[in-house]
Design a protein around this ligand. Sequence first.
Ligand code: GLN
Length: 280
Amino acid sequence: MSLERRLAAATVRDALAAARTIGVERLDALALLEHALGRPRVWLIAHDDELLATADAQRAAALFVRRAAGEPLAYLVGEKEFHGLALRVTPDVLIPRPDTETLVEWALELLPADRPVAVADLGTGSGAIALAIAQARPLARITAIDASDTALAVARANGERLGLRVAWRVSDWWQDLAGQRFDLVVSNPPYIAEGDVHLAALGHEPQQALTSGIDGLDAIRRIVAGARDHLAPGGWLLFEHGFDQAQAVAALLASAGFSSIGTRLDLGERARCTGARAPG
Ligand code: GLN
């Protein structure tokens, strides 16, 4: 019997049990039910013997089936929390990862709260990093770029909804930032090697946001190559990168004349971010 038919005349509790039988975890099923019914989680838990309306049951069944087939929860509900911000996400943008908060925390350590400094976020996607910085450093003048105009539309809408000011620009890395210099540049660029086995699990996300050449380092090489023209003297450049790329990124920065090279660990204690200071 199809899941949709099983949810006809089902209660909230029945629906959660049915979701489990097709492999949808309870927390995911709860989030999908919240979305399908437009009810908060506390309501669902307090009314778990309530019968689902037909239209709600149909919506829930369709979402459970898509989740069971591997679509990320964030795309199904259209939202992902990042650094305390509720961000809208669509398949045009990478889903923000908790590990990327490491990059935000590092940037915030370097950014003074009491004066306006110029910050750039390269490859902003949903706007997650730029908006997290904007929220924590209201005086920062933040420019966020992405080569994808559909991604940038998602980011811009997130900024408007959250009431956070960022200058959003379509640009292929530095290309359309001629003449602009920044005190701090952050980037979570695509860094997975083409053909990497991990890509199989990421098939719903934009490949342009994930892969970057044969060793995954093409984007980072391009950003480092242009960085001297776009950083203020002594300005910082911070990257997120793959768990096994810290040495390669440090070497790229060193050969471009950067100093104070350091690395930060992600939530799983892997070297996930590398950054350094421009000369001057
Ligand atoms: N951290 C992401 C993942 O491995 C990849 C993000 C990226 O390529 N920038 O799922």
